[in-house]
Design a protein around this ligand. Structure first.
Ligand code: UTP
Length: 458
C-alpha cells in the first residue's frame, strides 16, 4: 500500500474499492504531484461511481407520447390570455422576484474553443462575446423594469477562474458586481469500460463537470439558493451560455409560470425537422412531463407525422426554463430525489503505459430537464424559434456561429421591418444591441438606418 502522511483514509478507500491502479506511477511522482493525485481522490464518492456504473446499460424509456403545450396565440381569447400573462409577469419582475441563472460549466468540446464558451465572440458586427450579450440583456431588463435582477453564473472547476477574471476585467459589463454571483458545479469521474477510474495524467484522475443537471444541487451546496432567498427571489430564469438570442427576462413566460403556480416551466420550439438534434417534450406513461433526447427516439419516431401533417413529436427543447425557488429547495433538500445520471460512451484522454493515449470510457452527466418529471406542476409554452434560438455548439455547419449570425440577421431585420422602418440595400450586416432593444417594440418608430455596409444599433 502507498503511504502519504495525512491522507491515510483517502488511500485506504482507494484500496478498499479496488482502484489501486491509480497509483501505477506513484514512485515516479514528486511529493507535490502525489498530493495533487490524493486531492483528486479525496473528492471521489465511491458509492456514487459504483451506482452509476451499475446503471450504465439501463434501457431507454419507451412509453411516452407528445406533451401538450400552450400554443402561440391565434384567437382573441388566447391573445387576451397572453396579455394577462404579460401583465402578471411584468409585475413579478418589477417586484424584484426573478433571478437570472446562467449555466456555463460545460466543456464546449464540439466548439473546440480554448476557454469558457461565454468568451466566444458572437456579435455579427460588434464581435461581442456571449457573456457580454447575456449581461447586457440583464442590464437592459433592469432598466426597462426598474428593478434589480441578480445574475448567478455556474462554472466548473476548469473554467471558474477564467470566467470570473473575464467578468472582472470587463467591469462586469456594467452590472453591479454585488449582484453578480459565481459558483462552481461538482465534478464526477469518468470510468473505463470495466468501471475503473482513469488517469488523465500520471497524477490526475479524469473527471468531467456533472452536467447541467448538476446545477440544481450546486445552487443549494454553493449557498446560491440561500442568497437568492435572502434577496427575495421566487423565480429562477435558467438559460445556457451558447444561445445569444435567449430572452433571459420574459414577462409573458414568467406570467404563465406564476399564474399557473408552476414548479418548472419550459419553452418549446417547433422542431426544425426529424434530424434536428434536440430533445422533445413528452408525457410519460406515468403521466409526468419530461424530455426524451433525440438519441433516444428511433428514426421512425423522429419522422412520424400527426394528423395535422406536422411532426408527431414536434415540441423541441431549447433549454430555457423557469424554476420556482421553492421547488429547487424541496428537490435539493436532504429528502429530495436526486436526478439520474446519463451515460455517454466517449473517447477519453488517458495515460497508458506511461504515454498519453485515448481510451473508450463512460462519461456521466445529469440533465436539468430530468427535474420536470419530479415537479408537481409544469407548463410548456411555445415560442417562435426565430425569436429565441440560435445555438452556437459546433465549429461549422448546423448550430455554429455562422448559423447563429444568419438567425440574428433574420431576427433583427424582422424587428426593424415590423416597425415600418426601411433598411437600405447597402446594409449587409446589422446588429441590435440588447441595450438598444430587447424586442421589436423597443425600437423607436422614427429610427433611420444609415446606408452603410455594417450597422450596429447600440
Ligand atoms: P452542452 O450540452 O452543449 O455541453 O451544454 P457543452 O459542454 O457546452 O458542449 P459540448 O457538448 O462539450 O460540445 C449546454 C449548456 O449547459 C452547460 C454548458 O455550459 C451550456 O451552457 N453545462 C453543460 C454546464 O454548465 N455544465 C455541464 O456539466 C454541462
Amino acid at each position: 500500500m502507498v503511504t502519504f502522511k495525512g491522507y491515510e483514509p483517502v488511500i485506504e478507500k482507494v484500496y478498499a474499492h479496488k482502484q489501486e491502479h491509480v497509483f501505477e506511477y506513484w514512485n515516479s511522482l514528486l511529493e507535490s504531484e502525489k498530493k495533487e493525485l490524493l486531492d483528486d481522490l479525496a473528492g471521489i464518492d465511491y458509492d456514487l461511481i459504483k451506482q452509476v456504473y451499475a446503471h450504465t446499460h439501463d434501457g431507454r424509456i419507451t412509453d411516452f407520447k407528445p406533451a401538450p403545450f400552450i400554443k402561440l396565440p391565434s384567437t382573441a381569447s388566447e391573445h387576451e390570455k397572453f396579455r394577462q400573462a404579460h401583465k402578471a409577469g411584468e409585475a413579478h419582475i418589477r417586484a424584484g422576484k426573478v433571478a437570472a441563472f446562467l449555466v456555463a460549466g460545460g466543456q464546449g468540446s464540439r466548439l473546440g474553443y480554448d476557454g469558457p464558451k461565454g468568451k466566444f465572440p458572437a456579435g455579427p458586427v460588434s464581435g461581442k462575446t456571449l457573456f457580454h450579450f447575456h449581461s447586457e440583456k440583464i442590464r437592459a431588463s433592469q432598466k426597462k423594469y426598474g428593478t434589480v435582477i441578480p445574475f448567478f453564473i455556474m462554472t466548473s472547476r476548469d473554467n471558474h477562474h477564467e470566467t470570473e477574471t473575464f467578468f472582472r476585467e470587463q467591469s462586469y459589463f456594467g452590472l453591479d458586481p454585488v449582484n453578480v454571483h459565481f459558483f462552481t458545479q461538482n465534478m464526477i469521474p469518468s470510468l473505463d469500460l470495466k468501471g475503473k477510474l482513469i488517469l488523465s495524467e500520471k497524477n490526475r484522475i479524469f473527471m468531467n463537470p456533472d452536467g447541467h443537471g448538476g446545477s440544481l444541487t450546486a445552487l443549494r451546496t454553493s449557498g446560491a439558493l440561500a442568497t437568492m432567498k435572502h434577496k427575495g427571489i421566487e423565480t429562477i430564469s435558467y438559460f445556457q451560455v451558447d444561445n445569444p438570442l435567449v430572452k433571459i427576462i420574459d414577462p409573458v413566460f414568467t406570467g404563465f409560470h406564476i399564474l399557473e403556480s408552476a414548479d418548472v416551466s419550459s419553452k418549446a420550439l417547433k422542431k426544425a425537422g426529424p434530424d434536428e438534434k434536440t430533445g422533445v417534450f413528452v408525457t410519460f406513461g406515468s403521466g409526468s412531463t419530461g424530455i426524451v433526447e433525440y438519441s433516444d427516439l428511433t428514426e421512425e419516431q423522429a419522422a412520424m407525422k400527426g394528423a395535422d401533417g406536422e411532426l408527431f413529436f414536434s415540441a423541441a427543447n431549447p433549454a430555457i426554463h423557469l424554476f420556482s425557488l421553492k421547488f429547487i429547495e424541496n428537490l435539493t433538500g436532504s429528502q429530495g430525489p436526486s436526478l439520474p445520471y446519463h451515460t455517454a460512451k466517449k473517447k477519453i484522454p488517458a495515460i497508458i503505459n506511461g504515454v498519453p493515449a485515448e481510451i473508450n470510457g463512460y462519461k456521466y452527466e445529469k440533465f436539468v430537464f430530468d427535474a420536470l418529471p419530479l415537479s408537481k406542476k409544469n407548463i410548456l409554452l411555445e415560442t417562435p424559434r426565430e425569436e429565441e434560438f440560435a445555438p452556437v455548439k459546433n465549429t461549422s455547419g448546423p448550430d455554429s456561429i455562422d448559423t447563429a449570425h444568419e438567425l440574428m440577421q433574420g431576427l433583427f431585420r424582422k424587428w426593424i421591418l415590423s416597425r415600418g422602418i426601411k433598411i437600405p440595400p447597402s446594409v449587409r450586416l446589422i446588429e441590435i444591441s440588447p441595450e438598444f432593444a430587447l424586442c421589436a417594440e423597443d425600437i423607436p418608430a422614427d429610427l433611420e438606418i444609415p446606408s452603410m455596409e455594417k450597422v450596429f444599433l447600440e
